[in-house]
Design a protein around this ligand. Sequence first.
Ligand SMILES: *[C@@H]1O[C@H](CO)[C@@H](O)[C@H](O)[C@H]1NC(C)=O
Length: 232
Amino acid sequence: MEARTLSVSISVAVTLALIFNVYLPGVTGATFAIQNQCSYTVWAAGIPGGGKALGQGESWSVDVPAGTSAGRFWGRTSCSFDASGQGKCSTGDCGGLLNCQASGQPPATLAEYTLNGGNNRDTYDISLVDGFNIPLSITPSDASCTAPTCSSNINTICPSELKVTDGCNSACVAFNTPQYCCTGDYLTNCSPTNYSKIFKDQCPQAYSYAKDDAPSTFTCASGANYKIVFCP
Ligand SMILES: *[C@@H]1O[C@H](CO)[C@@H](O)[C@H](O)[C@H]1NC(C)=O
């Protein structure tokens, strides 16, 4: 009886091993290494991932499960948290938590990604659709994939009507009109504006508004890992 139970257990284990290792080859998650090269502390945040304070030169490694879609990392500035991890940040604040469980407040430069999408490829982009707070780059471990960067400090050239502490709002965030947000009459036909062009000029590889052209999104064969650098 015990031998029979053992043999059933083994065959279940072998079946599971076959399913996960043989029949779905290559379906692995990715490790994101978040590195702060800014001269100031950045409170890194991830959905999924949570959050961590990174002094200059410090890194944070986050393992993201296979199949994660609409994941994002961003940086928060000028934060203060109490011992229980509650507080606030000037930019990127996620409901006052050190350990983010939801997206952050604009403006924030976003590193967005989906793992194991169509054709078993990952997609990723840098988005300024919610504005800009910190220069950022994304570097896949697979050197054949594009490593987009937004290294310009857009805060220094931000028009006064978009400027906030530590950041530069997008026109959509600042004015919330259909033309700037690509909603309503502009849902399917949304052109760059004088404001989105400011962001595009500074960071040509980043999304500058919601319907920015395709070259802002990049793909890489799944299985790659990613390095995200603040102030590359
Ligand atoms: C952008 O265009 C709007 C509307 O035409 C105008 O009010 C605004 O001053 C312009 N801003 C910049 C930075 O060119």
